[in-house]
Design a protein around this ligand. Structure first.
Ligand SMILES: [Zn+2]
Length: 115
């Protein structure tokens, strides 16, 4: 058994990305969106840019445009009667919705003046 081949294979595997997204976003649950929002908040202060999600646009109580690097594509979360709905995933319980809920709470708390 040529052991060195196995070792090389392992190293190659480890150097690549361990998870494949299979064309689906890694943000598949509300919780993951919440976690990603926390990372985004921190990276906003440090300018690290090391987040899965980038906020492209925010319109209070209308919609949020996010960029999901795991897909990668733009994701639109629209607010319907104040409740966020992910148009891209066609659901209200994906990570983008979780992210949008946190984003809205953050804006509300900071008392931003929206014009
Ligand atoms: Zn979504």
């Amino acid at each position: 058994m040529p052991l060195h081949i196995l070792e090389r294979k392992d190293k190659k595997y480890l150097s690549g990305r361990s998870k494949t997204s299979e064309n689906n976003s890694e943000l598949s649950t509300l919780d993951l969106g919440t976690i990603e929002f926390m990372k985004w908040l921190i990276s906003k202060d440090t300018n690290s840019g090391d987040t899965l999600v980038a906020v492209k646009d925010y319109f209070d109580n209308k919609y949020v445009i996010l960029f999901d690097k795991s897909i990668p594509r733009d994701v639109i979360v629209a607010y319907r009667d104040g409740m966020p709905w992910c148009i891209t995933c066609n659901t209200d319980d994906c990570g983008h919705v979780g992210f949008a809920i946190c984003l809205k709470q953050d804006y509300d708390r900071d008392d931003h003046v929206v014009y």
